[in-house]
Design a protein around this ligand. Structure first.
Ligand SMILES: [Zn+2]
Length: 431
């Protein structure tokens, strides 16, 4: 790549600083809280109008019938595509448009998008409206510099990433939007820090374990069978055998933070016996032996483990308990699973973005893997597209917190990295 053209592109991005700030602020000021999925149509129309003005063909797609979709809260997505002048590869920037609840403890109005000391504050500022804005500015600057490019650029704003992505990227992937014939490179501008390339994520298995007992009068528990005591034995077995075993499993995946480089299990919830009475009920519970206890587990696993092994491990725990307890009966119900995803270090998008980071920031990029999943899972599994990473501005630790912000300089820097990536992939190179 010629350095002068890359520097020219950097200058065009710098010149758009005010536009970048205003665009980020506009996006934050459309409160797209999820749940329930507020204002999706409004933000998609806003993005559509902006990108149409930059020569993109825009489609608004409602993910009808997906979880949460209703006429009151329709799951809208926007996909914009700008064709080049010659055939070539397509680079796609995918950002989720939804934000999580505000929570307490804010010093700024979460939807005012206040600019203060080079930072824009608001819910969704870093996760991930700042990244979305940076990708739009990068693409627009590239188009000004190279209007006659080969290939295509796509920018999408998608619903529901924070609640699994089924009304967003999963739906679009099922419709063929991420098929390898249509798209060759995907960047998801999640807030991973501007010098880090996120290659993928660990796997997830959610399941419910239920232990069964027999109801009886609480004054004569020997006439029944307590499901909560059975579950207590399960917890005990987990403490003595399962948690130590999980801590031993280390991955070669570069997961951050460091503690997530092992397998983990979270006990998400535990319910046994009578359900909690309504808040306005002032009476006492009745005396009963619980006949059911249910535990929801959230198991995160590594690329070195198979989902079958992960499930077998839990069955083994329960079977060990069974050998020690006479009337022990249980069920395991699968709730949800996502396999680990990790893009190859040598994949074209990884190499291109890494080189751009070195050129713009003068540092070697760090390669990371996310402890939790994001929309890459759908692009990988449903779209069958492996050449996908997360790369974007913002500090991951600020996501979902009070006083979330994105730094303007960070957005400019990562827009430059994204712009250089477009230059490298969408121009006729001699190197
Ligand atoms: Zn996000």
């Amino acid at each position: 790549m010629q350095l002068d053209i890359a520097e020219e592109l950097g200058a065009l991005i710098e010149a758009r600083r005010d536009d970048l700030i205003a665009l980020t602020q506009d996006l934050i000021r459309i409160p797209t809280l999820n749940p329930p999925g507020d204002n999706y149509l409004e933000i998609c129309e806003y993005l559509g109008e902006r990108l149409r003005a930059s020569g993109f063909a825009v489609e608004l797609i409602r993910a009808k019938g997906t979880p949460g979709d209703s006429d009151r809260y329709p799951r809208w997505n926007v996909v914009a595509r700008r064709e080049g002048h010659r055939p070539g590869e397509c680079v796609h920037f995918n950002s989720h448009i939804d934000v999580v609840e505000v929570g307490r403890g804010w010093n700024f109005d979460p939807f005012a998008a206040t600019l203060d000391d080079g930072k824009i504050y608001g819910r969704g500022a870093c996760d991930m409206k700042g990244g979305l804005a940076a990708s739009i500015i990068a693409a627009e600057a590239f188009l000004e510099l190279c209007p006659e490019f080969p290939g295509a650029i796509e920018i999408s704003g998608t619903a529901d990433e924070e609640t699994g992505g089924y009304g967003g990227v999963a739906y679009l992937a099922e419709m063929g939007f991420f098929s390898p014939e249509r798209v060759q490179h995907v960047i998801i501008p999640e807030p991973l820090n501007k010098d880090r390339v996120c290659l993928g994520h660990r796997g997830v298995w959610w399941a419910e374990i239920e232990t069964h007992g027999e109801i009886a009068h609480g004054s004569m528990p020997f006439l029944g069978d307590c499901a909560v005591r059975h579950m207590g034995a399960v917890l005990d077995e987990m403490e003595t055998s399962l948690f130590p075993a999980l801590a031993e499993k280390r991955t070669a995946m570069p997961v951050v933070p460091e503690q997530a480089k092992q397998s983990t299990l979270n006990i998400n919830s535990l319910h046994g016996g009578q359900s909690e009475p309504p808040a306005d009920f002032t009476g006492w519970p009745s005396a009963c032996v619980p006949d059911s206890c249910r535990m929801v587990i959230d198991r995160r696993f590594l690329v070195e483990e198979t989902i079958e092994d992960v499930k077998q491990e839990i069955s083994d725990v329960l079977e060990r308990v069974k050998t020690r307890r006479d009337r022990f009966r249980y069920d395991i119900t699968d709730m949800h699973q996502v396999l680990p995803s990790m893009t190859d270090r040598d994949a074209p998008i990884v190499k291109t973005v890494s080189r751009a980071i070195e050129e713009v920031l003068g540092v070697a990029p760090q390669y990371v893997v996310s402890p939790g999943t994001y929309d890459q899972k759908h692009i990988d599994r449903i779209g069958r597209l492996k050449n996908c990473i997360a790369y974007g501005p913002g500090i991951l630790d600020l996501a979902h917190k009070p006083d979330e912000y994105v730094g303007v300089d960070d957005m400019i820097d990562s827009a430059k990295v994204m712009g250089r990536t477009l230059l490298a992939l969408l121009t006729d190179r001699d190197d």
